[in-house]
Design a protein around this ligand. Structure first.
Ligand SMILES: [Zn+2]
Length: 344
C-alpha cells in the first residue's frame, strides 16, 4: 500500500496557549510518526493554500473575506471558542487546499489512500460562519472538488468525531450524491444530529445520524458499524470515502463522554479501510478533526495509519474504558428501522 499525508508547519502557527485545540495536538502526532516506524513508510504530499474562489464552493465569499481581514488585523474570535491569529487564514486555506490535493492525488492513482494532518479542523464550519474551533470545512471542499474535477459521482463522508458535524450536514443534506454518516454524543455540543435528521428533499435518506448517550464503548461502536455504518455504505456504493477523524470519542478525552478505547478506534478505522477496499478501490482519505487527550490522539492517528497501510497491529497504551457499557440493542433496531436496513 502507498499511503500519503499532508502536513505544513503553518498548521502549528495557528495556535493559542491554553486552548484545547492547540498546535501541541499536531506536534504530538508528528512526533509519534517520527518515533514509530511509520513516517518513513508514508509519502508526503506538498501543501497548497485553497484560493478564495475554491473556498467559495462551500463558503460565502463575505465569510472568507472576514477570516482573511481578521487575520490581517492581528486576530480575534469567530465565536466564543474559535480563535483567529495572524496566521489563521493561511493555515485554514492550506488545511483546505491540502486536503483537496491529497484527495486528488489518491484519485489520480498516485497513492492508495491518505490522511490529511491538518489544523484548524473543519466539520463545524458553516457556510457563513466558523465555529467550534473550525474555520473552513476541509472535508466537504475535498468532496466537492473531487466531484467537479474528477470522475467521481458519489462520495461518502463518515464522521467519528464525538461532536456532530453540524457544518458538514447542511452543506450535504439536500444532495443524494453525498452520504453523510455521523456517530456522536447526544445531547451535546453543538446540539444537532438527532436520529430523525435523515436529509432533506432529494437528499432524504442520505444523512445517517447516530446520536449516542454517554458510555458507548468499543463493542457498541463495532455493533453500530457492523449493523448500520457499513451496510449504509454498501447500499450507497461510493466512488470515494472521506472520514472526519476525531479522536475525542475516546473514554479519557477531557471534553466528552463516549467510551471508545484506542483498540476500538483501530477496529473502526480498519472496518472503514476494508469497506473502501471492497466498495471504491480502496480510495479513502482520513481528515483530522478533534481529539484533545494528546497521548490518545498521537497513538490513535498512528493506529489509523497502520490500518491504511493494511497492517493488523495497533498500540493501546491507555487501555480499555473503565465505564459501564451502554446496551444498544433497542437503539440499533430503531436506527435500522429508520434507515430501512432491516432484511426484507
Ligand atoms: Zn470533536
Amino acid at each position: 500500500m502507498t499511503t500519503g499525508y499532508v502536513y505544513d508547519p503553518v498548521f502549528l502557527a495557528h495556535t493559542k496557549r491554553g486552548h484545547p485545540e492547540s498546535a501541541e495536538r499536531l506536534s504530538a502526532i508528528m512526533s509519534e510518526l517520527e518515533d514509530s516506524d511509520l513516517k518513513e513508510m508514508l509519502v508526503h504530499v506538498p501543501s497548497r493554500a485553497a484560493e478564495p474562489e475554491e473556498l467559495a464552493l462551500i463558503h460565502d465569499i463575505t465569510y472568507i473575506a472576514q477570516v482573511k481581514s481578521l487575520s490581517q488585523a492581528g486576530g480575534g474570535y469567530l465565536d466564543m471558542d474559535t480563535y483567529v491569529t495572524p496566521y489563521t487564514y493561511e493555515a485554514a486555506a492550506k488545511a483546505a487546499g491540502s486536503t483537496v490535493d491529497l484527495t486528488l492525488t489518491v484519485l489520480d492513482g498516485k497513492l492508495d489512500n491518505g490522511f490529511a494532518l491538518v489544523r484548524p479542523p473543519g466539520h463545524h464550519a458553516l457556510r457563513f460562519q466558523g465555529m467550534g474551533f473550525c474555520v473552513f470545512n476541509n472535508i466537504v471542499l475535498a468532496a466537492r472538488v473531487a466531484q467537479q474535477q474528477r470522475d467521481i459521482e458519489r462520495v461518502a463522508i463518515v464522521d467519528f468525531d464525538v461532536h456532530h458535524g453540524n457544518g458538514t450536514q447542511p452543506m450535504t443534506e439536500e444532495d443524494p450524491t453525498i452520504l453523510f454518516i455521523s456517530t456522536h454524543q447526544y445531547p451535546f455540543y453543538p446540539g444537532t444530529g438527532g436520529l430523525h435528521e435523515i436529509g432533506k428533499g432529494a437528499g432524504e435518506g442520505y444523512t445517517v445520524n447516530l446520536p449516542l448517550r454517554v458510555g458507548v464503548d468499543d463493542a457498541g461502536f463495532v455493533d453500530l458499524y457492523r449493523e448500520i455504518v457499513i451496510p449504509s455504505l454498501q447500499r450507497f456504493k461510493p466512488d470515494l470515502m472521506l472520514v472526519s477523524a476525531g479522536y475525542d470519542a475516546h473514554w479519557d478525552d477531557p471534553l466528552a463522554g463516549l467510551a471508545l478505547s484506542l483498540a476500538g478506534y483501530a477496529a473502526i478505522s480498519k472496518m472503514l479501510v476494508m469497506a473502501a477496499e471492497t466498495l471504491c478501490q480502496g480510495r479513502i482519505i482520513f481528515v483530522l478533526e478533534g481529539g484533545y487527550n494528546l497521548p490518545v490522539l498521537r497513538v490513535g492517528v498512528a493506529n489509523t495509519f497502520r490500518a491504511l497501510l493494511n497492517r493488523n497491529d495497533f498500540a493501546d497504551p491507555v487501555g480499555p474504558s473503565p465505564y459501564t457499557p451502554a446496551d444498544l440493542t433497542e437503539y440499533i433496531a430503531e436506527a435500522k428501522h429508520i434507515h430501512d436496513l432491516n432484511p426484507k
